[in-house]
Design a protein around this ligand. Structure first.
Ligand SMILES: CC(C)(COP(=O)(O)OP(=O)(O)OC[C@H]1O[C@@H](n2cnc3c(N)ncnc32)[C@H](O)[C@@H]1OP(=O)(O)O)[C@@H](O)C(=O)NCCC(=O)NCCS
Length: 228
């Protein structure tokens, strides 16, 4: 019997979640996606052939369902803890989804509500916290730590022993040198090569990565509002 699964959000990451569910179900029928919870679309509307069940705050009505988060971008990531906590869901109500074409070491630890997409590699000794999104093709090296609510965009490379703090966004194809600490709430721009520690709440770009001085006030409004 398939287990009911509710997706939080209706953004682009929904495609990734549905791809994982389909791939898992092809091997072993496991999940039935019953719909979305989302604040931006009306309840009863449809998205990708599934129903919007209501806003995020009604999550507790779906007791007994499993939940997966599809919310999070470079402009909203710092609000992710608050958004998920506002659902009232307990950590163990979030399920961890692993694409069958991902490679997760048997010596790695994954928390609750982790999404491991197609082509991801997680090395031995790595520790992945709760509600972390590992986008397609990203690599988490051996003994690296990714704290709760962080998002690794596609093809990021987190080298061995790196520590990514809580609630970070690591942009597409960024590379982090081994043993570096990325401070909580940091944003690493796409393509950055990070060779030094970043302070909490910093935004770094380039090769070698340096603080971004001119932040776009429109695209990063939510970043400047939430601060560090
Ligand atoms: C770093 C980032 C958040 C900046 O966003 P922003 O403030 O809207 O950026 P803007 O386009 O206004 O650019 C601001 C300045 O930063 C520079 N810049 C922006 N992103 C950069 C990057 N990744 N690397 C180097 N420089 C960058 C711009 O050239 C510009 O410089 P200028 O002031 O000298 O002209 C964004 O560009 C980024 O990299 N986000 C991650 C995207 C990603 O990984 N997406 C994956 C989706 S699946």
């Amino acid at each position: 019997m398939s287990l009911p699964l509710v997706i939080l959000g209706t953004g682009g990451s929904v495609h990734d979640v549905l791809d994982i569910v389909e791939a898992v179900n092809q091997r072993t029928p496991t999940w039935e996606v019953v719909g979305y919870l989302d604040d931006a679309r009306p309840a009863g509307s449809r998205h990708l052939d599934l129903e919007v069940l209501g806003p995020l705050h009604v999550a507790e009505r779906f007791y007994g369902h499993a939940f997966v988060n599809a919310i999070g971008s470079d402009s909203t990531f710092r609000r992710l803890p608050e958004i998920l906590q506002s659902t009232g869901l307990a950590p163990d109500e979030f399920t961890t989804l692993i694409h069958p074409a991902a490679s997760v070491s048997s010596r790695a630890q994954l928390g609750r509500g982790v999404t491991v997409n197609y082509g991801v590699s997680v090395g031995g000794g790595a520790k992945i916290g709760n509600n972390v999104i590992l986008c397609p093709g990203c690599i988490v090296g051996h003994d690296a730590t990714i704290e709760d609510y962080s998002i690794l965009a596609p093809r990021t490379v987190i080298s061995g022993h790196v520590h990514v703090g809580r609630g970070c966004y690591i942009g597409a194809r960024a590379v982090i040198r081994q043993r570096i600490r990325i401070g909580a709430g940091s944003l690493v721009g796409m393509g950055a090569v990070v060779i030094r520690e970043t302070d909490a709440g910093s935004i770094v770009v380039g090769n070698p990565a340096r603080p971004l001085l001119r932040v776009n006030p429109l695209s990063l409004t939510s970043l400047s509002e939430t601060g560090k």
